[in-house]
Design a protein around this ligand. Structure first.
Ligand code: CA
Length: 391
């Protein structure tokens, strides 16, 4: 088996999990768990002969917990060159990928200080861009789990109440945006009324996906005060079809950025780490941004500890997004890149964008350092479809 460790495809150092089928229309009963290796999928239902892998979602496997995740990964790495593996490979070109897990709850954080500052300056000029609470807690909101879709699903331009000529009207969004994020997938749940300590992150979180948080900025602008994001965000969130285990990212751990003021005790691990994941956001094949995930102010472990500090329980399949990844020079949304249209962006193909147009294809890919070269973290994309007028 050819192993490629060059950051452009999945090899034995990644071994991400997904749900695939080989029916012509992808909608039959053959959905099952697979692991991507190069241009092949290892059919885990065939390889292990275990019903947990003969299921249309990863949830049952996710619920089995950290020691099982490690055991399965170890067995796959040991068996990589065996004839048994060769017998269970399916060409990726002949497979259809599906949403990898039933999303239980979806939370989206806002943990890039640069993004929070930029958004504050754009949306509330003259005001303090980052409010006092932001440096004390990883702020976030509960999103809509049922509209999380897998990579490749078309995203229809949404309607909503927007303000035109000082008057709110129901109209299609004129400011369709997307935010480049990393998503964290909860495997093992927790009990209602208990807290998940910041050190227990890896006992609960299975892995990461790349996440596109589609955002209708004009809808968001009119609805957000007083209760936060609602219909401006809930129409679609796209995640990559392959879930990369945290175990694949051990060599991507780097010290987390300094935090001032020092976080409260429940947000202060003995060893605070960030992930050196390098994102690349493209529109119609033209790269518009390459933000560094390691610059995020709040870490994923802190986000999880905060999410449960009030006793809210976790379930297998919970998904939490990092928030837009923007660093000091590379911004992860068109809101920031075009400064809400003040500085339209010229793409490499000569076209100009303030926000997304119908037909635009947005793609987010990422790499991270591994022990033998760059890891391929994954890829997620979505195409903007024109609105359908319903009234
Ligand atoms: Ca977001």
């Amino acid at each position: 088996m050819t192993e490629r460790v060059d950051g452009s495809s999945f090899g034995l150092d990644e071994l991400p999990y997904g749900i695939f089928s080989t029916d012509a229309d992808g909608a039959g009963d053959s959905r099952r768990v697979g692991v991507a290796i190069g241009d092949q999928i290892l059919d885990l239902a065939a390889f292990f002969d275990d019903p947990v892998f003969a299921q249309p979602t990863l949830n049952a496997f996710l619920a089995q917990g950290r020691s099982t995740w490690a055991t399965v990964r170890g067995r796959l790495r040991e068996a990589a060159d065996s004839s048994r593996v060769a017998q269970c490979l399916v060409p990726r070109s002949g497979a259809v990928m599906h949403l990898p897990f039933d999303v239980a709850d979806f939370v989206d954080f806002n943990s890039s200080l640069q993004h929070a500052t930029n958004a504050g300056r754009i949306l509330r000029p003259g005001d303090e861009p980052v409010r006092k609470n932001w440096r004390y807690q990883p702020v976030g909101y509960h999103g809509r789990a049922g509209t999380v879709v897998t990579s490749g699903t078309a995203v229809r331009r949404p309607h909503g109440q927007i303000v035109l000529d000082d008057r709110p009207v129901l109209a299609t969004t004129k400011k369709l945006d997307v935010e480049a994020e990393l998503g964290f997938v909860v495997g093992a749940g927790s009990h209602l009324g208990t807290q998940v300590p910041v050190e227990h992150f890896a006992d609960h979180v299975f892995g990461v996906v790349l996440l596109l948080d589609w955002s209708a900025r004009d809808v968001q602008a009119f609805e957000t005060v007083p209760l936060g994001p609602f219909l401006g965000k809930s129409f679609a969130t796209t995640i990559s079809a392959w879930v990369l285990p945290l175990d694949a990212l051990v060599d991507a751990r780097v010290p987390a950025p300094a935090q001032v003021p020092a976080p409260m005790d429940y947000l202060r691990p003995t060893e605070s780490w960030a992930l050196d994941v390098r994102l690349e956001l493209s529109v119609n094949g033209c790269v518009v941004s390459r933000p560094r995930f390691e610059t995020m102010y709040w870490t994923a472990a802190q986000q999880l500890a905060h999410l449960t500090v009030n006793g809210a329980s976790l379930r297998s399949g919970d998904l939490f997004g990092s928030g837009t990844v923007s660093d000091a020079v590379e911004f992860g949304s068109l809101l920031e890149l075009s400064w809400d249209g003040e500085r339209p962006l010229r793409l490499a193909d000569g076209s100009v964008r303030s926000y997304l147009e119908d037909g635009d294809v947005v793609t987010l890919t990422a790499t991270a350092p591994g022990s033998r070269g760059d890891l391929f973290v994954g890829s997620v994309s979505g195409t903007v479809e024109p609105a359908v007028t319903t009234r």
